[in-house]
Design a protein around this ligand. Structure first.
Ligand SMILES: *[C@@H]1O[C@H](CO)[C@@H](O)[C@H](O)[C@H]1NC(C)=O
Ligand SMILES: *[C@@H]1O[C@H](CO)[C@@H](O)[C@H](O)[C@H]1NC(C)=O
Length: 367
């Protein structure tokens, strides 16, 4: 049997935004790679899912089909290989591209590290390299720290190997991959256990644990808002001099920062060339119990500020409720109806025509 080929297959839809920058790159190497391929694939996927969560109420919402995993028979045959298949001429290098690289690389590192701790790999276990050493006042390293060093090294081999170019885009992608890995490291939590007479906690042993991946995503979203624009695109060819200038520029920027080279397009507008859908038709949030500030402003951000109107749509949800158990043996339920109101961005003329002088349309439908 052919070994499983894990391939990141980026569909045309996403090409304009955030493609990873290699053509059909194949890692034909030691069998060792195959051990990690399913973790790498799962990690990249979890990165994209986190991207969707973090950008759910943004104009750019980490569009569907961003990163698809598929097996791909069309790659060079016979070799055990992991191919990252992809790529388009319209590569972008904007803030969103930066985020996708960082979160994907973080996802890969995270999954490898966690799988290591779960005992999935023979050659890797807890990081106990510092155990017994003084960590800080009143505590020693001890216990089982998640082995981020392992996750970092393996994910670097997989993800960074996708950047074969030596231009500014490749440098940008590598920088953001690194920022993603730094985010995993930087959000790790120290967990401690007390020792001493009857819990007096005179000494503690501590180890480092991975946070929830959500925390890495939230951290990177903050970095995304502060991403630095580097002015390197013009004239940055492939000469030794420009390669030097690129290396120098990037090495002067902290590895924690996300960097981009281009400005983002206007995500309000549909642009087929760029594969953008625009915000027309998107749902937004208005009133709700536990909405964050960012969510509360989503209708303004997605509709109002994009020249669209907000349309209110009411619907009735029918569900089973007040279920009672009757002896013996039946469960009878009532049907409860619940009104739900949802909000969507629509074109202004459309709303006025269908809404009768601006009043909101009332749609009754079963959800
Ligand atoms: C590692 O974790 C992912 C999901 O968290 C899983 O899909 C994968 O199979 C795991 N194990 C190995 C050996 O790759
Ligand atoms: C789509 O984006 C491209 C590149 O920014 C631009 O040149 C073009 O005018 C845009 N098309 C539309 C329909 O906005």
């Amino acid at each position: 049997m052919e070994p499983y080929l894990a391939i990141f297959f980026l569909t045309p839809f996403f090409q304009s935004c955030c493609a990873w920058s290699v053509n059909n790159f194949l890692m034909t190497g030691p069998k060792a790679y195959l051990i990690y391929s399913s973790s790498v694939a799962a990690g990249a996927q979890s990165g994209i899912e986190e991207c969707k969560f973090q950008f759910a109420w943004d104009r750019w919402n980490c569009p569907e089909r961003a990163l698809q995993l598929s097996s791909h028979g069309g790659l060079r045959s016979g070799k055990e290989s992991i191919g990252y298949h992809y790529r388009d001429p319209l590569t972008t290098a904007n803030r969103e591209t930066a985020f996708v690289h960082a979160i994907s690389s973080a996802g890969v590192m995270y999954t490898l590290t966690r799988n290591c701790s779960l005992g999935d790999f023979d050659n890797c276990g807890c990081d106990d390299s510092r155990n017994g050493q003084l960590g800080g006042q009143g505590w020693l390293w001890g216990g089982c720290s998640d082995n981020v060093g392992f996750g970092e090294a393996i994910s670097k081999q997989f993800v960074d190997a996708l950047e074969t170019g030596q231009d500014a885009r490749a440098a940008m992608n590598l920088h953001n991959n690194e920022a993603g890995r730094k985010a995993v490291k930087g959000t790790m939590k120290r967990t401690c256990k007390c020792h001493g007479v009857s819990g007096s906690c005179t000494t503690q042993t501590c180890w480092l644990q991975l946070p929830e991946f959500r925390e890495v995503g939230t951290y990177l979203k903050e970095r995304y808002h502060k991403a630095l624009k580097v002015d390197l695109l013009q004239g940055a060819g492939n000469s030794a001099a420009s390669r030097g200038a690129i290396a120098e520029t990037f090495s002067s920027i902290s590895k924690k920062e996300l960097v981009h080279l281009e400005d983002s397009p206007d995500y309000c507008l549909e642009n087929k060339t760029l594969g953008l859908l625009g915000t027309e038709g998107r749902e937004c949030l208005k009133r709700g119990k536990a909405l964050s500030k960012w969510e509360k402003r989503s209708c303004r951000r997605l509709c109002g500020d994009c020249g669209l109107a907000v349309e209110e749509r009411r619907a009735e949800m029918v569900s089973s409720c007040n279920c009672k158990f009757h002896w013996c043996c039946a469960v009878r339920c009532e049907q409860c109806r619940k009104r739900v109101t949802k909000y969507f961005c629509v074109r202004k003329e459309k709303r006025e025509r269908s809404g009768g002088g601006g009043a909101s349309r009332k749609l009754k439908r079963k959800l």
